[in-house]
Design a protein around this ligand. Structure first.
Ligand code: ZN
Ligand code: ZN
Length: 294
């Protein structure tokens, strides 16, 4: 979508920004799930509309992208299901806030405890200065029902799995190709001042992606590094990512070159010092390890 005029999106939001059309769409989608597609008369009945002229007008508008006619009945398109999934979900309206809990790590900037926080969104971060170690889409229902420490541990694993699948080169959401980028940290994009290098990974087709990432986080989620560690009995999952300080600073990162990008990262994990080198497209260039004295 970058650089392109969001004309289709504008049209879509215009179509949706009308109470009658939204009612029709919701009726079609919800009823279809329960009892199959609705006919013209059934939809009118469902939303309590009597003016067939107005009804026709709105139904026509929906038929541009959102609704199809099949055997005289109306069915929602695939994109409608996706859109309504979002509108339907409590994610959009929920204002859950849960008391933060500490997760056993200290902020690298100010020294205050790192906390798991659910404040509309889920974070593992420093309450005082905002240094953020992890954010991950989490349903408010999950945040209310489980302890935030559990939510944090799961978010840690989910982030790594997400990254692993993307680094394998395919978007799980849409099957599209992945683009990995590495660049000098900049204050606007990453205000915490602890990283010299920022990585981003995203799908070229849909909006799925993870950013900003530190080189350390990329190492932690890298499928090749995972395979290397499995082979050498090093447990990369020994601790949650916020306990590995090397994921949050570039004190243990060397920039070997910028054109093309090539970085070396030292990572302390499970009694070993991993030496990992990555290229600017996320490719693993080198990996080795040394045992370190406890
Ligand atoms: Zn702090
Ligand atoms: Zn995608």
């Amino acid at each position: 979508m970058e650089g392109a005029e969001p004309r289709r999106e504008t049209e879509l939001f215009k179509t949706l920004a009308n109470e009658t059309r939204l009612k029709i769409l919701l009726a079609i989608a919800r009823r279809q799930r329960e009892r199959g597609p609705l006919s013209y008369a059934q939809i009118m009945d469902e939303i309590g509309m009597e003016d067939s002229g107005r009804f026709n007008y709105h139904l026509d508008q929906l038929q541009e992208h959102l609704v199809r006619r099949e055997d005289g009945k109306y069915v929602p398109s695939a994109s409608t299901h996706r859109l309504l999934g979002l509108l339907d979900s409590e994610l959009l309206y929920d204002d859950t806030v849960v008391d933060p809990v500490t997760v056993g790590a200290a902020c690298l900037r100010c020294g205050d405890p790192i906390e798991a926080i659910y404040d509309y969104d889920f974070y593992v971060s420093c309450h005082t200065c905002g240094e953020t170690r992890l954010t991950k889409d989490t349903s408010p229902k999950i945040a209310r029902e489980r302890s935030l420490r559990t939510v944090a541990a799961e978010a840690d694993q989910r982030t790594r799995a997400h990254l692993r699948s993307m680094l394998d080169g395919r978007c799980l959401a849409c099957g599209g190709d992945i683009e990995f980028r590495m660049f000098d940290s900049d204050e606007q994009f990453y205000p915490c001042g602890l990283l010299d290098v920022i990585c981003t990974i995203g799908c070229r087709t849909c909006s799925d992606g993870i950013a900003p990432l530190s080189v350390g986080q990329v190492v932690l989620g890298h499928p090749e590094v995972q395979r290397y560690c499995d082979k050498h009995d090093i447990d990369l999952n020994e601790r949650p990512q916020w306990e590995y300080t090397w994921t949050r600073t570039d004190r243990s990162t060397e920039i070997l070159s910028r054109d093309p990008w090539h970085v070396r990262k030292y990572c302390y994990v499970d009694g070993s010092r991993l030496i990992v080198e990555l290229a600017g497209d996320g490719t693993l260039e080198y990996v080795d390890h040394l045992l370190v004295a406890p």
